[in-house]
Design a protein around this ligand. Structure first.
Ligand code: ASP
Length: 349
């Protein structure tokens, strides 16, 4: 049997959490250390011939994923770049709360990725006898250690959690408690976990064959604005006009519709005229933005607001953050399908 080398990068999250009060295992939890993770997973992967190591990198102390943002996404990408040549694949242990953001960010930061980068975590910690973390880790290792397990190469950033394997930049956390916490509402899962891991060959990403590298910058000047019925223009204006703001997600109604209030529309015109990149993301969990369908959407398109098409808010946010820091033509790149994050209009039947 062939063997496979996998680097498991520990960033924190429930999977590695321990009780603050050891006498109360169901009480408040805090991120545990690398040793707390290792204690509960001896022998995992050995049967499959997977030779793995757990890395707790000094640049990423274990945290609740509420504390993971652009700095940590760049640090993770830098670790992948540093370690890339030495491993067949990567598993990232991460809190579930912001896992979809990190998976999206890494998908954009990694250029010419040709190895699996699988994020996983759990709803119940490894120390707990009802943990889902152990199986999530085993299944993720099976995908990342494809050379040993014979699974097809998944050359992209994905989330393996519960019964599903989903594209990282299509993923959303759908439940605070369900062990199938993630789904990809606008794309079928890349795979499923049944008696074993099954990966759908029709959704496979083809590696470019070009050298792997990672991007080194992301903007943090993006505001994410949920449009609410009857929103006063002064509120929107305040959110969009800050000097640190480079771009905004506008979470609109239905297919990308926005109130007709002229003062609200004037706030959009002002923000666009001052060079801010505005992106229209629907509040609906499924479906896509189509600003041609209604006058209420057309008004935004006429003011230069870009469509997020069927991107998740997490993908739209991280794509915009990446493009603003690294690309000169943000508007055109935002519309393109760069990492499988959106369905081009032309391919909808
Ligand atoms: N608060 C935790 C985190 O995201 C939740 C989890 O991991 O499930 O780090």
């Amino acid at each position: 049997m062939a063997s496979s080398r996998v680097l498991v990068i520990y960033t924190g999250g429930t999977i590695g959490m321990v009780p603050v009060d050891p006498a109360n295992p169901d009480g408040t939890r805090r991120p545990g250390a690398k040793e707390d993770v290792l204690r509960y997973i001896p022998g995992v992967g050995a049967r499959d011939g997977i030779d793995w190591e757990l890395l707790a990198d000094p640049s990423l102390p274990p945290v609740d994923s509420s504390d993971i943002g652009a700095r940590e996404w760049l640090a993770l990408a830098a670790i992948l770049e540093r370690e890339y040549a030495h491993w067949d694949g990567f598993v990232i242990l991460h809190g579930t709360d912001t896992m979809a953001y990190t998976a999206s960010a890494l998908s954009f930061l990694c250029e010419n990725l040709a190895k699996p980068v699988i994020l996983t975590g759990s709803q119940t910690p490894l120390f707990h006898d009802r943990t889902d973390g152990r199986l999530n880790l085993i299944h993720s290792l099976r995908i990342a250690g494809y050379r040993a397990t014979g699974l097809p190469l998944l050359a992209e950033v994905a989330i393996c959690f519960g019964k599903r394997v989903v594209r990282g930049n299509r993923a959303r956390k759908m439940s605070t408690t369900d062990s199938d916490a993630f789904d990809s509402p606008n794309l079928r899962p890349l795979g499923s976990i049944e008696t074993d891991v099954f990966l759908d060959p029709s959704l496979r990403t083809q590696p470019t064959g070009q050298p792997f590298f990672v991007h080194k910058a992301m903007s943090t000047g993006i505001v994410d604005v949920t449009i609410v019925p009857g929103m006063p223009a002064a509120v929107l204006d305040t959110l969009l006009s800050g000097p640190a703001i480079e771009g905004a997600l506008l979470r609109t109604f239905g297919q990308g519709n926005f109130p007709s209030n002229p003062e609200l529309l004037a706030a959009i015109t002002r923000a666009a005229a001052s060079g801010k990149v505005l992106v229209n993301v629907t509040q609906c969990p499924r479906g896509r933005v189509n600003m041609e369908q209604y006058e209420a959407g057309r008004a935004l398109a006429d003011r230069g607001v870009l469509s997020a098409a069927d991107m998740t808010p997490e993908a739209a946010y991280t794509k915009l953050a990446w493009l603003l820091a690294t690309h000169s033509n943000v508007s055109s790149a935002m519309r393109q399908n760069l990492r499988g994050e959106l369905t081009p209009h032309s391919s909808i039947r």
